[in-house]
Structures are given as structure tokens and as C-alpha cells.
Write a protein that binds this ligand. Structure first.
Ligand code: SF4
Ligand code: SF4
Length: 466
């Protein structure tokens, strides 16, 4: 036991006046301490002095990993990082094609901002599409990874002006056996139905954003009939046996309409279709929304979500995506995600304790703009200084620029390697780092301590919610 020292991966979070949770941020151990124990354990971690501890206490703390060998902890982290890199090497590529930057909806929270309204209503042309497909083939070959799918993106990818472009993309994808999904508002799905049906073997899913009830959804948009048109589109796609996934972006302003929205989905019989799925996620700000008071901190949204699930049967089919980021590990170990996460997201050390890389960091995400530029994050589109090269007339990536985005997993970022939250933190976002510091090399930290403490403190009053 002589080589053991108090771990630096600890956190004590007050649960109520009498007790606190002691968290081990590497092993995932969670223990309840009374107020006397908190004083002793806190002093132990702060002073690093273990000689005065009774052997029985030392034994318990060692069993739970709170007394540990720093070298073994580093080996554990390095091993996880190695396994994470191996997983990434197998990850397939996802390519987004913006058929236009234009969009008539003017959603108030859109990260693309004025790009969608100020961009000339211009669709991508046939020559550009041919160059994109050549570029995708080159990227697949150079990276020696498969393609997961092409995602039609915008602006709004399904507009009357993009009909020919979408048709051409679907044809070229079919020729190569590529899958195509669509991210759309759904307002022109009716018009696109014959085309989507013709290429139903190619179209993997149509993702449609629905922000709440009809009234709420329309209140965010300049097009008054946006909800009704999307709903008619969803009816038609489901009847045509095309897979539909609705996506609801939740913030403080719409959280209360979620149960009514879910009821509507049930009443409209969408949930009866096996080809229907609905996800909810939090509205995120990568630095371009500004704080308009609509964003939840992660712990606030996580609790609202769990609370809603316990009170409203109708929302149980809504699948949370990226609601539990920094809290994923804690919520999983506390049993809060049982029956909520899907099997493939379920509990394995690498999936709950992980480094939260995205495609922009992994080198698996490429976005092709109408402006002939290539981006590695959808949120960077239309900002030429954030592009990593061009695809027209042929692919030309600037490796200096690529290096600002790719490879910056937390275990490669010096500040993160030294941070005790390394394995649970849901940060950092490379887009935010590039915006603030010019490269992903520096972290943009979520308010991780507040998130964890906020979640634990909410437990005292709501521990029975799940
Ligand atoms: S992003 Fe910040 S909080 Fe998260 S691991 Fe890195 S340094 Fe720590
Ligand atoms: S860099 Fe940030 S905004 Fe871009 S895909 Fe990654 S997490 Fe999302």
C-alpha cells in the first residue's frame, strides 16, 4: 500500500444537507458519504496524506480506486485512448452535400444565420456534382475507409430549384451503391416524393425538423404553413415506406410543448409506422447563436427530459441524442438511462467513458458547399476562412487547414490530458475551438463542474423519477 496516493480524479458533490456523492471520474465508482466522512475524505484528497488513516479505511478506499497509483491511472487512460484510436480508424466517412445555401424558412435559432437568406437562390450544378463524387471516391481511397452515407444538406436541400440537382445526386449515388439521407424542413417533401420513391433503395432516411406543436413550430419560422407542409410530407413518406426521423431541438422556450407534440405524433398515427423514429436533442451554441436565454445547461435539460419521461407516457418513444454528454457516465451508472439508450449505445467502458470526438475531429466528416469549398463541420459552411480546401474543378485540400480540425481528440490536447474530467467531459467542440483560437488544439470547456454538481443536487429531490 505504500505506493498508493489519493487519486486526482475525484469529485465530491453535495446531495443534500446530510450526504454527498463521492465520484471517481476514471473508474466510475460512486459512493455516498455522510457529512463527517466528507470532511475526512476532502482533507485526504486535498492534503494527499494517507499515513494517519486506519488500515480498514485505507483498504476500502483502495478497493474503490480512490487510493491508487498515478502511473496505473495513466496506463488506464492511455489504453483507453489507444482503443479509441483503433475504433476511429474503422469509422466510416460521412459526406454532406449542400444542394443550396438558400432556405425560405428563416428559423430563429439556425446556426447558418443570414447565409440562408442572403445567399443567392442558387442550386449546385451538374459539373459540381460530378466533382463532388470524384472527390468522395478519392477520399474513400486515400483514407481506406468505407462511406457511411451522403447527406443532403443546405440551406434547405429540397427546394424546387434543387430538384434537378437532387435527381442527379441520387442517380450518381445509385450508380455507386452509396446510400443517401436527407436533412430537411419537409416543406417540399410532397413535391419530391416521386423522386424519393424512385430512389427508395438509395434513400436511407429523411430527417425532418419539428420543433414542437404546430403553433410553436410555425412561430419560429417566416413561412406560416411550415408545420402543416412538413406533416403532410411525413404522412406521404411513411405511406411510401420511406424511413422518416423527426428531430426536435429543445431549448427553454419549447420544452413545455414537447408532451403535446409527442401526443400529436401519436394521434397522427406516425408512431404506428415501423419506418418512423423521433429524436430529441438540446439546442447547442457553437458561438454563433448568442445567448438568447433559450439554451439549457446539460444537467438542466437531462433532468427535464427524465422528469418528462416519468410524467408523460406519450414521450417515451422520443429518443434522446446528445442530451447526456458529460453526464452520460454518471447517469448510466446511476441507472437513469436504462431502457432509454439503445442497445448499441449501451454500457461498455468505452461508450460511457469516452473521448466524445465528432466527425470533424475524427476526419470522417466532409461537407461540400455550393461555394466549391470543402468543410469538415456542417456548422462551418459558408464561412470561407473555415474551409479546408476546394473540390471544384478538382479536390484540393490544404493540409495545414485540415490539421486545425482533425486529430484534436482530448487525449491529444495538453489541457485536457491534465484535466481530471478528461474521461467524462462531453467537450470539446472543434468548431468552437477554431472559432475562438484558430485551431482545435485548445479546448473550449463546458461548465463541467456545475453540470455534474447540478445533476447530483437535483437527485436529492427527484431521485425517484426513474
Ligand atoms: S474540454 Fe475542458 S473540461 Fe473538458 S477535458 Fe478538456 S480541459 Fe477538461
Ligand atoms: S466540430 Fe463541433 S459543431 Fe462541428 S461536428 Fe464537431 S461537435 Fe459538431
Amino acid at each position: 500500500m505504500e505506493n498508493l496516493t489519493p487519486t486526482r480524479y475525484w469529485e465530491i458533490c453535495p446531495l443534500d444537507n446530510k450526504s454527498s456523492l463521492l465520484l471517481h471520474l476514471l473508474t466510475g465508482a460512486i459512493d455516498i458519504l455522510n457529512s463527517d466522512e466528507v470532511i475526512v475524505i476532502q482533507k485526504l484528497f486535498e492534503d494527499g496524506e494517507i499515513f494517519n488513516l486506519p488500515d480498514s479505511v485505507k483498504f476500502c478506499l483502495t478497493e474503490r480506486g480512490y487510493l491508487s497509483n498515478p502511473e496505473s491511472e495513466q496506463i488506464f487512460i492511455d489504453d483507453l485512448a489507444k482503443r479509441h484510436q483503433e475504433q476511429i480508424r474503422k469509422k466510416p466517412i460521412e459526406c454532406f452535400i449542400c444542394t443550396t445555401f438558400s432556405c425560405p424558412l428563416g428559423c430563429s435559432y439556425c446556426f447558418e444565420g443570414k447565409l440562408t437568406t442572403e445567399a443567392k437562390a442558387k442550386a449546385i450544378n451538374t459539373e459540381q456534382i460530378s466533382s463532388i463524387f470524384k472527390s468522395i471516391e478519392k477520399i474513400i481511397e486515400e483514407q481506406n475507409r468505407p462511406l457511411k452515407e451522403i447527406v443532403l444538406f443546405g440551406g434547405e436541400p429540397l427546394l424546387p430549384i434543387t430538384m434537378n440537382a437532387v435527381s442527379e445526386i441520387l442517380k450518381q449515388a445509385a450508380d455507386r451503391n452509396f446510400k443517401v439521407s436527407v436533412c430537411t424542413s419537409g416543406i417540399f417533401c410532397e413535391e419530391f416524393l416521386p423522386l424519393l420513391r424512385e430512389f427508395s433503395e438509395v434513400v436511407s432516411v429523411v430527417r425532418i425538423t419539428i420543433d414542437g406543436t404546430q403553433e410553436y413550430h410555425n412561430s419560429l419560422r417566416t413561412l406560416p404553413s411550415a408545420f402543416e407542409r412538413a406533416a403532410i410530407g411525413i404522412d406521404s413518406l411513411l405511406q411510401a415506406n420511406i424511413r422518416v426521423m423527426t428531430r426536435t431541438n429543445v431549448g427553454k422556450q419549447n420544452v413545455d410543448v414537447i408532451p403535446a407534440m409527442a401526443n400529436y405524433f401519436v394521434e397522427r398515427k406516425w408512431t404506428n409506422y415501423p419506418n418512423f423514429e423521433a429524436i430529441i436533442t438540446g439546442i447547442k451554441d457553437r458561438g454563433c447563436l448568442g445567448d438568447k436565454g433559450q439554451l439549457f445547461r446539460e444537467d438542466e435539460l437531462a433532468f427535464r427530459f427524465l422528469e418528462m419521461r416519468s410524467r408523460f407516457e406519450a414521450i417515451r418513444f422520443l429518443r434522446p441524442v446528445n442530451i447526456f454528454m458529460s453526464l452520460r457516465h454518471l447517469a448510466t451508472n446511476l441507472g437513469h438511462l436504462e431502457g432509454i439508450v439503445r442497445l448499441q449505445d449501451a454500457v461498455t467502458p468505452l461508450q460511457t467513458i469516452k473521448f466524445h470526438g465528432c466527425g470533424a475531429t475524427d476526419g470522417t466528416l466532409y461537407v461540400f458547399g455550393v461555394d466549391n469549398k470543402v468543410y469538415t463541420c456542417t456548422e462551418a459552411i459558408g464561412k470561407p476562412f473555415m474551409s479546408v480546401g476546394k473540390y471544384f474543378p478538382e479536390l484540393d485540400l490544404d493540409q495545414n487547414r485540415v490539421g486545425k480540425w482533425q486529430g484534436w481528440h482530448k487525449y491529444n490536447i495538453p489541457e485536457c490530458r491534465d484535466c481530471k474530467y478528461l474521461l467524462i467531459c462531453g467537450g470539446t467542440c472543434t468548431m468552437s475551438s477554431v472559432s475562438q483560437f484558430g485551431s482545435g488544439k485548445k479546448p473550449v470547456c463546458p461548465p463541467i463542474k456545475n453540470i455534474v454538481e447540478g445533476y447530483v443536487s437535483a437527485l436529492s429531490s427527484r431521485i425517484a423519477i426513474v
